[in-house]
Design a binder for this molecule. Sequence first.
Ligand SMILES: C[S@@+](CC[C@H](N)C(=O)[O-])C[C@H]1O[C@@H](n2cnc3c(N)ncnc32)[C@H](O)[C@@H]1O
Length: 325
Amino acid sequence: MSDTPPGQPEPRHVPVMLRRCLDLLAPALAEPGAVVVDATLGLGGHSEALLSTFPAARLVALDRDTEALKLSTERLAPFGDRATLVHAVYDELPAVLDRLGIARVQGVLFDLGVSSMQLDEAGRGFAYAQDAPLDMRMDQTTGISAAEVLNTYPPGDLVRILRAYGEEKFARKIVDAVVREREREPFSSSARLVELIRSALPQAAMRTGGNPAKRTFQALRIEVNGELAVLERAVPAAVGALAVGGRIAVLSYQSLEDRLVKQVFAAGAANTAPPGLPVVPEQYQPRLKLLTRGAELPTEDEIAENRRAAPARLRGAERIREDLR
Ligand SMILES: C[S@@+](CC[C@H](N)C(=O)[O-])C[C@H]1O[C@@H](n2cnc3c(N)ncnc32)[C@H](O)[C@@H]1O
């Protein structure tokens, strides 16, 4: 049941693991002049909380989705020039900071994936539960749609994408069916793809793991938006932008993203000295300290209140030295 009073719109997005994100970043954001980056502004839930919790801090927030920027601009207007919102892909962070004349930042937050608004708006084509044009671009001003990927990619590439980004065991079966169907008529809407996946999968596979189209949709979304390639560049860039003592927190929603974040943090926290040195010279010492043991999960209470928090994995790290490598 919704707690929303009758006549009020449903809240569109409840920020995930909000308290814990704020706590992780807090020690770095108390000083006047601190800059915190929200790399995934979305509807501005985390950003609004950052601005109200850390009154001395200035926010720079990015999103590649112009609709999200429009809505958040209104939401964050009361904070005036403490908030700077920028239309950018998050691996452009160093260039954005450069343009703003900001040399280093004290905090960075990533809340990965799609927003509730993107999922809920049928016209964006992210949801497999409703029929919609197969678009899935987070930035609808550029790039190619999921329908174009499905209709034009060679079968081998589609199989690779479904396996790598969707961890789909039946990639080959699904792609064979897609290729047969697209020759008859190109794909344009999600319902036909969902139906095709249902008919292509063995009955036993339908009984487990929720909607059988989920993995294919995830894979197409990651491909359309280049999500993993962008993240692979963005997390090291964000770590590089942190001042010593600065902190980064990343919320991931699927294992491929979380693995990537884990690898970047683990590499930063590792001692890279050749074995056998009696004293580890400074350039080989870690530049990150991990702030979370493994990935932290949302509580059961939070999941009960906000089912979209369920897959969340949170990792945090602190920059502890300049890069001497
Ligand atoms: C889960 S939502 C963020 C929700 C936000 N924390 C809030 O509380 O409202 C993720 C947002 O990140 C944006 N996004 C995803 N990948 C991006 C990228 N590579 N560059 C910039 N923005 C991205 C999406 O457009 C979406 O609006």
